[in-house]
Design a protein around this ligand. Structure first.
Ligand SMILES: Nc1ncnc2c1ncn2[C@@H]1O[C@H](COP(=O)(O)OP(=O)(O)OP(=O)(O)O)[C@@H](O)[C@H]1O
Ligand SMILES: [Mg+2]
Length: 221
């Protein structure tokens, strides 16, 4: 993305000449204060909003994964929901087989007929990720995907994305927004977004250190 700008209809600027380049496939994280433009940036990348200025040059397809999977899972069962995201032109047998492979990839093997409302929050989030993979996306855009999850499910989702982004054959790229600073330790690079602009990539640990307040020492008398 080069010099990307976006202003809402009410005159509120959200992106101000924003530059961002993913150096290679991998897990890239963005942190930034509320209202800094992170979610707006993802919406522009995936094409839900048109830029007011600047360029987006993206090889391949992007897919969004929301904070709340209930906002993107639409069908009654795991298998039927995945069918929605699969490309057209496949036979029913191929669709079933592809859906089963995707479920296995996200740790939900055998749950084809399971009603979605019986899944845990972490399982729902992994099903939403399978839906993104079903659409043949090569860039996953994850907007605080673990914000509603307990620590174990948070770890599961992070480990899944980490594995997809480091697999030897066709590794994916992921752009992951978080307010949970401990997640920065798992990324290939992290950047800070403020006032509609993304800063330079640095290691997740370095960015985490710069954002974590130092423990206060003994009170002086
Ligand atoms: N639908 C909208 N209409 C008008 N302004 C909006 C709309 N959505 C977001 N904004 C504004 O755009 C700016 C960027 O918002 P955005 O949601 O992208 O921030 P964010 O970094 O994702 O924040 P958070 O960490 O709270 O999720 C904010 O000033 C916000 O008020
Ligand atoms: Mg947001």
């Amino acid at each position: 993305m080069e010099a990307l700008s976006f202003t809402w209809a009410n005159g509120q600027p959200a992106l101000r000449g924003c530059h961002l380049e993913l150096p290679h496939p991998g897990l890239w994280m963005l942190v930034g204060s509320n209202g800094s433009g992170k979610s707006t940036l993802l919406r522009l990348i995936v094409g839900l909003l048109p830029p007011c200025g600047g360029l987006i040059d993206m090889p391949g397809k992007a897919a969004l994964v929301f904070q709340n999977p209930d906002h993107q899972l639409l069908m009654p069962s795991c298998g039927s929901d995945l069918q929605l995201s699969l490309p057209e032109g496949l036979s029913p047998q191929e669709r079933q087989a592809r859906a089963d492979v995707l479920l296995a990839q996200v740790g939900l093997a055998g749950l084809h007929h399971r009603p979605i409302h019986t899944l845990s929050g972490g399982q729902k989030q992994r099903l939403a990720i399978a839906g993104a993979l079903a659409s043949s996306a090569t860039l996953l855009l994850l907007d605080e995907p673990t914000a509603l999850l307990d620590p174990n499910s948070q770890q599961d989702v992070l480990a899944l994305i980490r594995a997809l982004c480091s697999r030897p054959h066709q590794p994916l790229s992921a752009l992951w927004i978080t307010h949970r600073l401990e997640e920065l330790d798992s990324c290939d690079g992290a950047a800070r977004m403020e006032r509609g602009q993304v800063g330079p990539w640095q290691s997740g640990q370095a960015l985490r250190r710069s954002l974590t307040p130092l423990p206060s020492g003994p009170t002086e008398r």
